[in-house]
Design a protein around this ligand. Structure first.
Ligand SMILES: [Zn+2]
Ligand SMILES: [Zn+2]
Ligand SMILES: [Zn+2]
Length: 256
């Protein structure tokens, strides 16, 4: 039994974009409001947060999340990492360093950007992190097995994650065929789809739908969406029945 909550489904600037007057940014449909991309996974009693973007505080409040066993970070871009300090209330309650799993390169950025957490005598109130470098081999958080997926974000190697029959890939512009072995027999795939036009570092809608066709999950959800994608209500109608345009707060349950 696994429960997945899409905490945020917006691209790096979020939607609405500051100062934008387009119909998506001005829409009254709550599904057109997108915080920065992040997800919360509850699997076998273990709570995993994927990415800590700049909207993390709002996301934790909205979903009433007060317990996190570990943070998995896909990559170091600010829209996926800038909110890490907002984990502090959870850290204060749990009273032990927050476990963070990411590539070594990403952990170096965590050490640099949040250097106050790594001082020999940290200022009172600083968070504490336990860093776990991840390569491409599977690893465990408590009893939950996690398979990293190698993804390319333009030229940057980043990670997706497979947990049971769920896989989460964001900010991909390319996934090598060699990774498909890790993506067999999925109940749920979450994958990024920026907008309609081609983009150098993100799948557009056409590429995301093609990737879904190749991977063949039972159901796919699209995330990391830009205001240029169009109104939720319009875009959703154009998608095949096994693909859903993600929105903030969307909850997915997998019964096995
Ligand atoms: Zn991003
Ligand atoms: Zn706009
Ligand atoms: Zn990125």
């Amino acid at each position: 039994m696994m429960k997945i909550t899409l905490l945020g489904t917006g691209t790096s600037q979020g939607v609405p974009v500051v100062g934008c007057q387009c119909e998506v940014c001005k829409s009254n449909d709550p599904r057109d409001n997108r915080l920065r991309t992040s997800a919360f996974v509850e699997a076998d009693g273990v709570s995993l947060l994927i990415d800590t973007g700049p909207d993390l505080r709002q996301q934790l409040l909205r979903e009433q999340i007060s317990h996190i066993d570990a943070v998995l970070v896909t990559h170091e871009h600010k829209d996926h990492l800038a909110g890490l300090d907002d984990i502090r209330p959870v850290f204060f309650m749990q009273k032990h360093p927050m476990d963070i799993y990411a590539m070594q390169r990403v952990l170096s950025v965590v050490r640099k950007d949040f250097d106050y957490a790594f001082k020999e005598h940290p200022y009172p109130g600083a968070p504490s992190f336990q860093l776990h470098p991840v390569r491409y081999d599977r690893f465990f958080v408590k009893n939950v097995e996690i398979q990293p997926i190698q993804v390319r974000h333009l030229t940057l190697p980043i990670l997706g994650f497979r947990i049971g029959t769920f896989a989460y890939i964001t900010d991909a512009s390319f996934v090598a065929d060699s990774e498909l072995a890790h993506l067999q027999n999925l109940d749920v795939l979450v994958v990024n789809a920026l907008h309609h036009e081609k983009h150098y570092s993100h799948f557009n809608l056409e590429q995301a739908l093609h990737f879904v066709d190749v991977v063949k999950p039972k159901h796919a959800y699209l995330t990391h969406v830009s205001h240029h994608m169009g109104l939720y209500a319009d875009v959703e109608k154009t998608l095949p029945p096994h693909v859903t345009l993600g929105y903030d707060g969307l909850k997915i349950t997998i019964d096995r």
